[in-house]
Write a protein that binds this ligand. Structure first.
Ligand SMILES: [Zn+2]
Length: 333
């Protein structure tokens, strides 16, 4: 029997390209690497538990190396192509929404952004054709950037909407309590409104790390009106946040292995509690990889983690896959 068809709605290109592909790209470009051999390179760009114990240390690997190696049209085309093919071959992922920030791959404006974006679309088109899958791109805005840079990203996403850039995301850590405040979240309100009017769908990273609470989730839902939320696990500890997510029909993109590795949750028990709480309150959830290579996972392992630990039954998992399809930015037909 063929494995069931899976969907990945939350996967960052910076954590999704296989080390041997990055190695090959780095060499093709004559990139100077601070390692002696391939195995040291693998060490450098994967998030082994002794290296990663927080979201910040995880993101650091992504920013320092993978994004840099992916910074050329040829590198980006191959990266997108390889990620989509790999997800299909390893886990039969037939629908994938791949997110990245093109402006973090144009070497601080040395490269033309349209070349980077067009290359990503070419890579996607090739993989879609070869594997007969559905795919789209999501552009990540960055919390650490000013609104001018982020608005360029939104304009570019709108410009390439008809070529398969279907949404925007707001990524980066909620570094301090201030960032959770409605008045701070509000600074993205016009940008998100503009994106919606331009025909884009929206998702926002929030409520991921411990100590951020559900306050950020509530502010994001009310101010930015996203279709989905990346993580949002802190909402499981706040009834009003869950009520709001249900009322506004906002779907959560959960990433089990990522949460375990970055210590966003204590362990499988806490993750189980979070998932069950959302399920009981009628908050719709999906399971995703976040960064399969950086985290040493793939979609089938994410689903196995949920089923093998009896967090949800296979039947319930099927329901989460149906939600992933329903709330995907890619139209059903
Ligand atoms: Zn993410």
């Amino acid at each position: 029997m063929l494995p069931r068809e899976l969907i990945d709605l939350h996967i960052h290109m910076g954590g999704a390209v296989a080390p041997h592909i990055l190695w090959s790209i780095a060499h093709q470009q004559g990139f100077k690497l601070p390692v002696k051999n391939y195995f040291e390179f693998v060490e450098l760009i994967t998030a082994s538990p002794d290296k990663v114990d927080s979201l910040d240390s995880y993101l650091k690997i992504m920013h320092q190396w993978t994004e840099k190696i992916q910074s050329s049209p040829a590198a980006i085309e191959r990266s997108v192509y390889e990620v989509i093919g790999k997800e299909y071959r390893s886990s039969r992922v037939t629908q994938i929404e791949l997110r990245f920030n093109p402006m973090k791959r144009n070497l601080h404006s040395e490269l033309d952004l349209d070349h980077i974006i067009s290359a990503a679309i070419r890579g996607m088109d090739r993989a879609v054709l070869e594997y007969d899958v559905k795919a789209c791109l999501i552009f990540c805005l960055a919390r650490e950037w000013d609104s001018k840079l982020n608005s360029i990203m939104v304009e570019k996403a709108i410009k390439y909407r008809h070529r398969g850039v279907l949404g925007i995301d707001l990524a980066g850590t909620e570094a301090n309590a201030l960032e959770l405040k409605p008045e701070v979240v509000s600074q993205y309100e016009d940008l998100f409104e503009h994106a919606r009017k331009g025909g884009l769908k929206t998702t926002v990273h929030t409520g991921e790390t411990k100590g951020t609470g559900a306050e950020g989730v509530i502010a994001v839902v009310e101010k930015l009106k996203p279709n989905r939320i990346g993580h949002g696990i802190r909402a499981a500890y706040d009834e009003s946040a869950m009520k709001l997510l249900k009322e506004r029909d906002v779907v959560l993109e959960l990433c089990p292995t990522s949460n375990l590795q970055t210590k966003a949750v204590e362990g499988v028990k806490e993750f189980e509690h979070i998932v069950r709480t959302f399920w009981d309150r009628g908050v719709k959830i999906t399971f995703n990889t976040d960064g399969p290579y950086l985290l040493n996972t793939d979609m089938s392992r994410e689903i196995a983690l949920v089923e093998d630990n009896k967090i949800l039954t296979p039947h319930q998992v099927d329901q989460t896959l149906a939600w992933a399809r329903d709330y995907s930015f890619i139209a059903k037909h």
